[in-house]
Design a protein around this ligand. Structure first.
Ligand code: NAX
Length: 326
């Protein structure tokens, strides 16, 4: 039999991990015929909790799950990893700014990037969910030079799926009827949800919804959805974030068919996003590789919004560079 695919998940004792690990082990990510081994990294204080999660994973008796490693040692966690899902990060503390968050996490992701480069499989594919996700991915790339930069991505799929859900509800259809949604830019409130190329049951979405709704309701609702979930639930999105992380990897590996998805990937300068930044684009995936959908026409407002989000990414990169990490 084949040896199991080694999947490293960081922050496995957290809220997203509590959904994500079980669904990976069930075969939902890589397929119902692909054995997996989970290698889960946590901080030392959370190892006991993580052991409890590992006990529950065992108790699910998943046929595809060939072992769970729990550790606080990045070298052990990333050993032979073919996928690395970097979920764990330091949350924003009381009174901390996004800048403080950026610096604390730059140090964490620099350490993990080095461990990945030293210990993971040469073709490891990295998906960063932990915030600030785009810039954390950039940090991993900067320190992990032996890893193909095209294999280091960040999650904007939750924003993408939120946008699909909003459009579907407005159009009175199920989410499966919506295709070709786009999120551009940073996973932050400067993100650019764009339905101008979306199709609803094969028809252009722009024919079904008016410009006022797009600008005044659709875009702000998608961009502030995370805050709305926190306000309602008293905790940040967890099951939906796990679902998006899993869907990101699944579609990257198993392909997007004639649809596309949004992923934050290293820019090649497409759509005037400075080359080298990790920014969200519409991508098509096949054979485990992505390519940016080219040649889409954008209106001036969308171009301007993409530029503003790219400016934010440049500023985030500069803040990390100041630390001497890039
Ligand atoms: P939790 O605070 O529940 O869990 C995070 C876990 O990470 C904790 O168990 C913590 O001990 C662990 N951790 C912290 N530093 C670590 C390190 N250096 N190595 C290993 N583990 C470490 O947060 P959760 O709700 O699971 O969210 C995790 C991350 O996802 C946060 O950064 C959050 O901001 C981010 N999100 C990103 C989203 C996206 O769309 N990109 C959406 C959801 C979520 O907000």
């Amino acid at each position: 039999t084949d040896s199991p695919v080694r999947i490293t998940v960081t922050g496995g004792a957290g809220a997203i991990g509590y959904s994500l690990l079980f669904r990976i082990a069930s075969g939902e990510m890589l397929g119902s015929d692909v054995p997996v081994q989970l290698r889960v990294l946590e901080v030392p204080q959370a190892l006991d909790k993580l052991k409890g999660v590992a006990m529950e994973l065992a108790d699910c008796a998943y046929p595809l799950l060939e072992g769970v490693v729990t550790t606080a040692d990045p070298a052990e966690a990333f050993d032979g990893a073919q996928h690395a899902l970097l979920v764990g990060s330091k949350p924003r503390g009381q009174g901390e700014t996004r800048g403080d968050l950026l610096k604390a996490n730059a140090a964490i992701f620099a350490g993990q990037g080095r461990a990945l480069a030293a210990h993971a499989s040469a073709d490891v594919r990295v998906t960063v969910t932990g915030n600030p996700a785009n810039t954390n991915a950039l940090t991993v790339s900067a320190v992990g030079e032996s890893i193909d930069p095209r294999h280091i991505t960040a999650l904007t799929r939750l924003d993408h799926d939120r946008a699909v859900a909003q459009l579907a509800a407005r159009a009175g259809v199920t989410a499966g009827e919506v295709r070709r949604m786009i999120i551009w830019g940073n996973h932050s409130d400067t993100q650019v949800p764009d339905l101008s190329h979306a199709l609803v049951s094969g028809r252009p979405a722009a024919e079904l919804v008016d410009a006022d709704w797009i600008r005044d309701t659709f875009q702000p609702t998608v961009a502030s959805r995370g805050a709305s979930i926190i306000a309602a639930r008293g905790a940040s999105s967890a099951a939906s974030a796990a679902n998006a992380t899993l869907s990101h990897v699944r579609d990257w590996m198993r392909g997007t068919g004639d649809d596309w998805v949004s992923m934050a990937v290293v820019s090649d300068g497409s759509y005037d996003v400075p080359a080298g930044l990790v920014s969200s684009f519409p991508v098509r995936c096949s054979n485990g590789e992505w390519e940016i959908v080219q040649g889409l026409e954008l209106d001036d407002a969308t171009r301007e919004a993409i530029r503003a989000s790219a400016d934010e990414l440049v500023a985030e990169r500069a803040a990390v560079q100041e630390l001497g990490l890039l």
